[in-house]
Design a protein around this ligand. Sequence first.
Ligand code: SDX
Length: 392
Amino acid sequence: LSGAITLDPGFKNSGACTSEITFLDGEEGILRYRGYSIEELADKADFLEVCYLLIFGELPTKVQLGEFETHIRKYTLVNEEMKNIIDGFPKTAHPMGVLSALTSALIAFNPSAVNPENKDELYEAVCKLMGKFLVIASWTYRKSMGYPLNYYDNTLGYVENFMQLMFKLPTEPYKANPIIVEALDKLFILHADHEQNCSTSTVRMVGSSHAGLFASVSAGISALWGPLHGGANQAVLEMLEEIHANGGDADKYMAKAKDKNDPFRLMGFGHRVYKNFDPRAKIIKKAADEVLKTLGVEDPILGIAKKLEEAALVDDYFVSRKLYPNVDFYSGIIYRALGIPTDMFTVMFAIGRLPGWIAQWKEMREKKEPIGRPRQIYTGYGLRDFVSSDKR
Ligand code: SDX
C-alpha cells in the first residue's frame, strides 16, 4: 500500500470511506484498479481477469482464473420461473428498469443470505451473480424484441456468451465476431469500477444496512440509470443523432450547452472528479476508430462527435470549467457499431460495472463498516406553533 495514512478523526463521520480497490486522480487523469493502470489492464488483461482482480484483490493465476470461470458456469442457469416475471413487463419497458427488477427477483430463487464472514457463501453469491447477471441482462433485450430467451452456453467465454445470449436466433447458426468480442471485453474493463461514483456509493449505502448483495446491486442499477450518470451513454447517442438529424450543426448545440437559460447539457462532457481528460475516454476514442475501421462502418455520428470534441477543447466556457469528454462520450458510438440497441447502452455499462459493485460491497462488509448515515445542515424553519386549518 502507498504508505500508512492517518485519517482525520472527523473522516469517520464524513460519509467518506477508505478503500483499497480503485485509485483515481482527477487532476492528473489517473485511474488504477488495485494498483494496476487502466491503460495496462485495457491493453493486456481480459474482463474476467479484471473481475477477479477487483473482487479478490490480485490478478489470478491461470488455475485461479479457470476455477473462477468454472464456478461461474455452475450458476448460469436462471430459474425458469423468472420468465413469468419478465413476461409481466410490456415490451416497451426500459431495459434498466427490467434489469433492476430481475436482479432483485433473483433473491427469491437464491435466498441464501450472504454472511461475508463465510468465505464459501460469499464466493458462491459472487459467482451466482456474475453468472446470472449476463443472462437476465440479455433477456431485457430479447423481451423487447419479442425473441425467445437464450441460455448461457458453458462452452463459450464470458464476453462471447453475452453476444450469443443477445443475438443468437433459433433459426440460424450464430458465431460472435471476434473483433466485437474483443472490443466489448475492453469496454467492460474500462467500466469495471470507478471508486465512489453515484451507483457504487448506492450499493455501499444499501449494503451497509446488511441488505444482501443482490438487493444492493439492484439499487445500484437504478442509480446508474440516471442520464447524469450511466444513462449518459444513451443520452450522448440521442444527442448526436438529434444534431445529425438537424443538419449536423455542432456549433448550435455548443451554444445551447453554454446558454444558462437552456437546460441542455452537452452529454458525455464533464465529470465530478476528472478535471482533466477521463483516461478511459482516450482509450475508448482510439477503440472507436479501430472498431469502425475494422468493421468497415462509416458512421456520420462519429464525425459529429469529433467536431464537438474539437470545438469544446478550444472553447473558453468548456476549458474554464474543465469540461472534457468522459467515458460515456465515445462508448455509445462503439456499442452502436457493434449492433447494440441504444436503450441497451446503460445495461452494457451495468455489465461492466458489476465486478466493481461486487468488490466494493464485499470490501465494505468485510471491513464491518457501520450503517451509512450522512448528516445534513438544517436550513428549514425554527420552532413554530401549530395553526388550525380554519386559520391557515
Ligand atoms: C459518469 O462519478 C463517476 O465516476 C461517474 C462515472 C463512472 O464511471 O461511474 O465516471 C460515469 O457518470 C460520467 C458522467 C456522465 N454524465 C454526463 O456526461 C452528463 C453531462 N455531464 C454533466 O451533467 C456534469 O458534467 C456531471 C454531472 C457529469 C458533473 O457535474 P458537476 O461536476 O457537478 O458539474 P457542475 O454541475 O457543478 O457544473 C459545473 C459547471 C456548471 O456551470 P456554472 O454553474 O459554473 O456556470 O459546468 C457546467 C455547469 O452548468 N457543466 C456543463 C456540463 N457539465 C457541467 N455545461 C454544459 N454541458 C455539460 N455537460
